[in-house]
Design a protein around this ligand. Structure first.
Ligand SMILES: O=C1O[C@H](COP(=O)(O)O)[C@@H](O)[C@H](O)[C@H]1O
Length: 497
């Protein structure tokens, strides 16, 4: 799906930041309650997060909120016994919940289960929290649709309890996970995962202090979530970064040397609306500007929204890129398309509707859960007759297609795990005819592909693809570097000889 673009607001210091975050939250709650109830808010622990709750408690505006219609959740918890002062819940109770007293029904406060005889480990706590989330989901979904999800961020770029380099960053099947041996004490934690975080309408990341500035800069520049988890924090409607001046990064100038410009001065009112990477903001703004030309249809939007609602990772192509795929498919007169990596069916939709009525699209997806979402969306779009969705390991499915002597494809779109890119493209060529167009997504990776020592296995997978395809005399190829709301990346275009 297409995430909301980033907004960055900078306040002079941590105290003003906490007060402004509280004011913003109260205003949002009052606004939301004029047309929706209940409202679901996810709280964060951490210095600014708790200070903001204290500021909410101290504000007279808190009485303008109907707290009976507000549900409070937590993005993460330090897995400790009930009442432990280090628990985010304990701190939030002291800062806000206790002050609200009877105004906030106890049943609206959904703390992550604490360590106890009954909840002996983080896994049990995570399971129970997932059940609690499910119990409050609308329309038999998996969790409530969060209106505002607050996140603090550590100097290492962690958000909630999703730490750099951990497998929990890529947890796709659980909404809540246990984290053991956390680099920040206490070692045992429980955290919401990215699919659930990214299903929130609005995600607000709050951070203060110079020690956080490097991680803020990396996150805003769209760094890899493996090194900067906060880069993966996105809301479906809005992603807001609330910073103090010390945490605000100096600004990449977007120039050819990627230099760093000095931070902007604050405005008279203490707010500084533009401090994110000016280049990244310009890319996203241009995507928004050209949206009328791209003209994403309601049907495409439905596919995108269904994937977001199901909590699928936010890694599908943008609308502008989807339109590009459609134009390429039509330009080569594609009748048979192969897609490696279906996800929620968004790129599948763009390609399938570009085919003539008798056209055929075969799409391969590893995850049964993702395939279910895609299948439902494609059926709702009336494309089920044209699309064959094959669930399983793509390499196996590709080998099966080769072995079955499948008719060659006219266009192949490769957008799956990058570690296997070289063998995927090898099989794609085997399933082609002279003139087949093979489009490979994410082959620039923020420029990381030039680094032979890069620790990310996906970058190394793309490098292996270049090594293999560069020596392959079956294809002519080029790479189109792309920028936009999806950041800096690129497509490889290969034409089979
Ligand atoms: O441990 C945690 O830390 C982060 C950030 O905390 P901060 O004190 O550096 O602001 C917080 O977001 C998270 O909820 C918490 O468990």
């Amino acid at each position: 799906m297409t995430p909301a673009s980033l907004e960055v607001l900078v306040h002079p210091d941590a105290e003003v930041l906490a007060a402004a975050t509280a004011a913003r939250l109260l205003t949002r709650l009052v606004d939301l309650q004029s047309h929706r109830s209940p409202v679901h808010v996810v709280l964060t622990g951490g210095t600014v997060g708790i200070a903001a709750l204290r500021a909410v408690a101290a504000s007279p505006v808190r009485d303008a909120v109907d707290w009976t219609g507000v549900h409070l959740w937590w993005g993460d918890e330090r897995f400790l016994p009930d009442g432990d002062p280090d628990r985010n819940e304990t701190q939030a109770r002291e800062a806000l919940v206790d002050a609200l007293g009877d105004a906030l029904p106890a049943g609206n406060v959904h703390a992550i289960p604490a360590l106890s005889d009954d909840v002996p480990d983080g896994e049990t706590s995570a399971r129970r929290y997932a059940a609690e989330l499910r119990a409050h989901a609308a329309d038999s979904g998996l969790a409530p649709r969060f209106d505002v999800l607050l996140l603090g961020m550590g100097p290492d770029g962690h958000v909630a309890s999703l730490f750099p380099g951990r497998s929990s960053l890529f947890e796709a099947s659980s909404m809540v996970v246990a984290e053991h041996d956390s680099p920040k004490p206490p070692s045992e934690r429980v955290s919401l995962t990215f699919p659930l975080i990214r299903s929130a309408r609005e995600v607000w990341v709050v951070a203060a202090g110079a020690e956080k500035a490097p991680a803020v800069a990396r996150a805003l520049a769209g760094d890899d979530v493996r090194t900067t988890p906060a880069a993966g924090a996105r809301g479906t409607e809005r992603t807001l970064w609330l910073l103090d001046l010390a945490a605000a990064p100096t600004v990449p100038d977007g120039g050819p040397d990627g230099g760093i410009a000095p931070a902007e001065h604050t405005d008279d009112d203490g707010l500084r609306p533009r401090t994110a990477s000016s280049a990244a903001r310009a890319w996203a703004a241009v995507d928004a500007y050209v949206a009328p030309l791209v003209d994403e249809s309601p049907a495409a939007r439905d596919v995108r929204n269904a994937a977001a609602d199901a909590g699928l990772p936010d890694i599908a192509v943008s609308a502008a890129q989807g339109r590009l795929l459609e134009i390429l498919a039509r330009s080569v007169g594609a009748r048979r398309v192969l897609e490696i990596g279906t996800l929620g069916g968004y790129s599948t939709w763009w390609l399938a509707q570009a085919l003539p009525p008798q056209g055929r699209l075969v799409t391969l997806e590893l995850s049964g859960a993702h395939a279910d979402v895609a299948r439902a969306s494609l059926a709702a779009a009336g494309l089920q007759e044209r699309v064959e969705l094959v669930v399983g390991a793509a390499l196996t499915s590709l080998d099966d297609l080769v072995a079955s002597g499948a008719e060659p494809f006219d266009l192949v779109f490769v957008d799956a795990d990058k570690e296997q890119l070289a063998p995927y493209v090898d099989r794609a060529i085997a399933l082609s005819r002279p003139g087949t167009l093979i489009v490979v997504d994410n082959v620039v990776r923020d420029g990381a592909v030039v680094d032979p020592e890069h620790p990310d296995t996906r970058v190394q997978g793309v490098r292996a693809f270049y090594a293999r395809v560069g020596a392959d005399d079956r294809v002519d190829g080029t790479v189109v570097q792309t920028v936009g709301e999806k950041g800096y990346d690129g497509f490889a275009l290969l034409r089979v000889r």
